[in-house]
Ligand binder design. Structure first.
Ligand SMILES: [Cu+2]
Length: 218
């Protein structure tokens, strides 16, 4: 039941996300000039409002240990992307999640001008808590979760994070084109990671999970 609600809400949010941005499937051939500096740049998404490429460009990077990669969102249209490294599928940061609150908890909208109620999961008889569906901060904000899965550290917007390599989740938060974060949203437009340890690091976008990339650290 709960997962059905989660899936439905995710589909609704995805539908809203795509409803505002027309998609075409003809992708141009893209070239990307890489400058020889210690910081490498990867674009999240490319194209224009009528021809969006949902991809990381370049998709696969090879760097030396100690080098940085910065991801940005260079687009003219307000479509967010994330850079999300997770070591298990269960750490995928969904947009919404179920949270338990005490039965007596009442939620009042902070803005009387909007028509809003939280979504509750139906309660079982005798249940001492109720379960409410809320947006998941780990999906939208920069965050790192250590290898134990228990220590959650929120990062500043546009952070430079040093990757240990065994994290459960490292997420950029939603990267918006410069100046296009929605009102009230975190103005995040880039994310930088310093890779210290050799290995192959795969990542995806939590808005468009078919967008993926990798960083090979030699
Ligand atoms: Cu994306």
């Amino acid at each position: 039941m709960l997962s059905l609600i989660k899936i439905r809400i995710t589909i609704i949010l995805l539908s809203i996300s795509f409803a505002v941005t027309p998609i075409t499937l003809s992708y141009p051939t893209l070239t990307y000039a890489q400058t020889e500096t210690s910081t490498k740049l990867v674009h999240a998404g490319q194209g224009n409002a009528t021809n969006i490429e949902f991809a990381f460009i370049p998709q696969d990077m090879v760097i030396k240990s100690g080098e940085n990669i910065t991801w940005d969102n260079p687009n003219f249209y307000a479509e967010p992307h994330s850079v999300s490294f997770l070591n298990e599928a269960k750490y995928f940061p969904e947009f919404v999640a179920a949270f338990n609150v005490t039965n007596s908890t009442k939620f009042l909208s902070s803005d009387p001008k909007i028509s809003a109620d939280p979504l509750f999961v139906p309660t079982e008889p005798g249940q001492k808590t109720k379960t409410v569906i809320m947006v998941n901060a780990r999906a939208f904000n920069p965050v790192a979760i250590d290898s134990s899965g228990k220590n959650v550290t929120y990062l500043e917007p546009n952070s430079n994070y040093v990757m240990a390599g065994n994290e459960s989740l490292v997420n950029s938060g939603w990267l918006w084109p410069e100046g296009q974060a929605p009102p009230g949203g975190s103005p995040i437009s880039n994310f930088t990671i310093t890779f210290k340890n050799p290995g192959i690091y795969s990542y995806l976008c939590n808005v468009h999970p078919w967008m993926s990339g990798s960083v090979t650290v030699k």
